[in-house]
Design a binder for this molecule. Sequence first.
Ligand code: C5P
Length: 246
Amino acid sequence: MAGITRTDMAGRIMVALDFPDAEQARGLLEALRGIPCYMKVGMQLFYAAGPDFVRGLKDQGYKVFLDLKLHDIPNTVAGGAESIARLGVDMFNVHAAAGRAAMLAAREGVERAAGRSGGTLARPMLIAVTQLTSTGQAMMNDELGIPGTVEDTVLRYAGLAKSAGLDGVVASPLEVTAIKSALGAGFATVTPGIRPAGAEQGDQTRVMTPRDAFAQGTDYVVIGRPITAAADPRTALESILEELNA
Ligand code: C5P
């Protein structure tokens, strides 16, 4: 994208470290060494390698999105959010489907962590999951019992998240334009479901290429398997960056 440096571009690519243990994740970090991308730690790696791995990423200077998708009663979400904020991550998330009270509680947990740190802790961005990018309309209507289109639900959840004071949402790139026009350019979007041309779709249903996703106005793209499962992950990431800078 014109006018944006390669470093800035790399900082808007979140690499999903979906690995079963710290050793394999470290292998990928080694392969991508020197490229200042955002690292996303999800449940697979966090449940195996825990807070120490996250602190290690921060010590190495990475920005970290802890993608644990909190979904529980407000009191528990507040406690979870406080523990997450104390790790010093840059972003984490809660399911909008947990409701407004749970999202407000997540914010309260962040404030508690910041307050108790005596001002040393930066507040992480707090975003809401709207609908998973593996969810299609038939599944949402028939299994979840939510009527209407996926976009309707995403917009409703995004509005709810904004009203609870959250900083943005996770959504598919297909919904970015609608979210930005309804809630403003400053309301951040983080978009998984990214597939470079020719990559396998896997279990994702609402997909777009990195270039098209940024053209829609998204702030961050999340890319997992097209990088992590590539024969040469560094080349895969570099060719995405080249395509974006072209
Ligand atoms: O491998 P792939 O590129 O499909 O990885 C996408 C990543 O984004 C995974 O870590 C997945 O958990 C995450 N994610 C998602 N849909 C959401 C939220 C997070 O695919 N709505």
